[in-house]
Design a binder for this molecule. Structure first.
Ligand code: THU
Length: 129
């Protein structure tokens, strides 16, 4: 799917975000390798630390349906939607080559999970040398 189209779906998902504490709404859309689409938004909690990012909601929905992460688009109200470090680590787990689309000053940036998190800790790191 066209990255701009995926970003439009992320913008739509963003509007439904549950972010009463930060007021910062984020939307994410995963495109799976088989072509399925899974949406997500951030879901906050009065116990702030329990809040979950939009990216993780979308990725875990896809993974729990036994789908493979192909691409993810992330949108925010501010027009800056760089994924946080935790979300980068989650992306790496499921596909280091996943395409990642986010907004920087309102403009679409296209990159990959491994470019966003070089030298990552991953499954291979657990092996004895
Ligand atoms: N947030 C995301 O949904 N994704 C990110 O990558 C960064 C932050 C959410 C978490 C919280 O609900 C709000 O944005 C403010 O940090």
């Amino acid at each position: 799917m066209d990255p701009e189209k995926l970003m439009d779906l992320a913008r739509k998902a963003m509007n439904d975000a549950y972010a009463p504490y930060s007021g910062f709404k984020v939307g994410a859309v995963v495109l799976t390798k088989s072509g399925k689409v899974f949406t997500g938004f951030n879901i906050e909690n009065a116990s702030y630390g329990l809040s979950i990012c939009a990216e993780m909601v979308a990725i875990f929905k896809a993974i729990s349906e036994k789908e493979d992460l192909g691409a993810i688009a992330i949108a925010s109200k501010s027009g800056n939607s760089q994924p946080c470090g935790t979300c980068r680590q989650v992306m790496i787990e499921f596909n280091p080559n996943a395409e990642v689309y986010y907004l920087k000053n309102g403009k679409l940036v296209m990159t990959t999970a491994s470019q966003l998190l070089p030298e990552s800790f991953n499954a291979a790191s657990l092996n004895n040398s």
